[in-house]
Design a protein around this ligand. Structure first.
Ligand code: MN
Length: 472
């Protein structure tokens, strides 16, 4: 799951009115600004400085180029001088990449002793960016507006946010998702309009019979499974005598990897109601893939699986964990949510070395599956800020709901709970947080992330034109 070299185009607007000298300086300043930004944002994206655009033809050509460049995930546009905005209409109508309107200046302060009309004409973003802002608003183009001196920490961090969200949107537009089986029978919130998902977000969501996976499982050799088991033993603590059950998960992991790799899938679902041919519900196998960034959600919940992969991609350059989660049960007295799933919790959340355990499932009639068990809270802290995000299909359109939560340490051991789990507090308090979630129609499946913030989700929702309800 290594990243491609993602690019952002840096486009500086001007016009011919000011003469060659001014345009040369504008180009030089743009290069210096992009060099600085690359030194700060290089891990998230490479910013490519484009030639200063002076007229509608150059603007349209640059926007077309950005739209056609597969490695370009977004554009940053800045008016160094004044660039009459009718010149931008044709180009903006041909731009199909997320847009960040950067409102900055090459100079941080005014040179009070020397300022003259030449300086004013060269450095007039205050003027030019207002003209540009108008045409963006008039055309109804969703964009991230970032205001501040380009070397300021806050400006850089907002541009980083744009780079990461733009990258996630590009990932979304190319996402392929495999559903093993379909939606869990009669469950509403996990279902959705897959045609509309593809129109809106680009996801190619396709159904596969579990037999397609089972065939690959049966082809895994004993030697391959044994080798995988040795990997497990080097990473996890084995707390079971039933190595046969663990080997079965090793086979499923190998088979799943082959299936996902051969189809270019970055996300998948399964359902415990349709496991024909498999001896166990995939647990450990799925957890291992989730820990590497494959999007997953159970019970055929393709929307959460896709969201999981997209948010993992958004967060890949940051500290913290991102993964599928389910609100399971409460400590109402202390206002605590216990989040877990039947098996499938990402080991990215593990606070310490996960253990491999084998226990029967209380539902379904398959063999006892092997799974990774751990509790999750960052090692060095008692609490940790996080968000819980879900995506629902309201019929008239998709709705995202994002709640700020606080991950907390498990107050007491739970020696009989055979699954990995997280615990958290709702914000602003238990009653309000839960009430608002229910009123918004938020599902029980979410993506929890301690790497991302509400602002990241707000930007994703804005740039994808998705309804968002926030709870904090
Ligand atoms: Mn579930």
């Amino acid at each position: 799951m290594m990243s491609k070299p993602y690019k952002l185009y840096f486009i500086t607007g001007s016009q011919d009115l000011y003469g060659e000298d001014t345009l040369k300086k504008a180009a030089q300043h743009s290069r210096e600004i992009t060099e600085h930004l690359n030194s700060r944002l290089g891990d998230a994206a490479h910013i490519e400085c484009m030639p200063v655009v002076r007229n509608s033809e150059e603007i349209a050509d640059t926007c077309r180029k950005a739209s056609c460049d597969r490695d370009c995930v977004g554009v940053i546009v800045w008016m160094h001088t004044f660039s009459p905005a009718k010149m931008w209409i044709k180009g903006l109508q041909r731009l199909h990449k997320p847009l960040c309107h950067l409102h900055t200046q090459y100079n941080e302060t005014l040179p009070y002793d020397t300022i003259d009309m030449d300086f004013m004409n060269l450095n007039q973003s205050a003027h030019g960016d207002r003209e540009f802002g108008f045409i963006l608003a008039r055309l109804g183009i969703k964009r991230h507006v970032v205001v501040g001196y380009y070397k300021d920490e806050r400006t850089v961090s907002e541009l980083r946010r744009f780079a990461e969200v733009a990258k996630a949107i590009s990932f979304s537009e190319n996402l392929k998702l495999a559903m093993f089986g379909s939606n869990m029978r009669e469950v509403a919130v996990t279902d959705g309009d897959r045609v509309e998902s593809q129109i809106k977000y680009g996801w190619e969501v396709n159904y596969y019979g579990i037999g397609d996976l089972n065939e690959l499982v049966s082809k895994v050799t004993p030697a391959e499974a044994e080798e995988k088991l040795r990997d497990y033993l080097s990473m996890y603590e084995l707390r079971t005598q039933d190595t046969g059950a663990v080997l079965e998960q090793a086979k499923m992991e190998i088979a799943l990897r082959r299936f996902l790799h051969s189809g270019g899938f970055k996300a998948f679902t399964d359902t415990f109601q349709d496991l024909h041919g498999l001896t166990q519900l995939p647990g450990l196998a799925v957890q291992r893939l989730m820990g590497e960034g494959y999007g997953f959600a159970a019970e055929g919940d393709y929307k959460t699986a896709a969201l999981c992969a997209i948010l993992w991609k958004m967060a890949e350059c940051r500290a913290g964990a991102t993964g599928f989660m389910e609100d399971y049960t409460y400590d109402m007295k202390d206002g605590l949510v216990l989040g877990a799933h039947m098996l499938e919790v990402s080991p990215a959340f593990a606070a310490d070395k996960p253990s491999i355990e084998v226990h029967p499932l209380s539902i379904g009639d398959k063999s006892a599956p092997a799974r990774l068990v751990f509790s999750g809270i960052p090692k060095d802290r008692n609490t940790c800020d996080a968000i819980a995000v879900c995506m629902t299909d309201m019929g008239k359109g998709f709705r995202m709901i994002c709640a700020e939560i606080e991950l907390v340490a498990q107050p007491k051991p739970m020696p009989k709970l055979p699954v990995a789990r997280l615990m958290w507090k709702l914000k602003p308090d238990f009653e309000t947080g839960a009430k608002k979630w229910l009123e918004a129609g938020g599902g029980h499946h979410t993506v929890v992330s301690s790497a991302l913030t509400m602002e990241d989700i707000e930007l994703f929702a804005k740039l994808t034109d998705t309804e968002l309800i926030v709870i904090k």
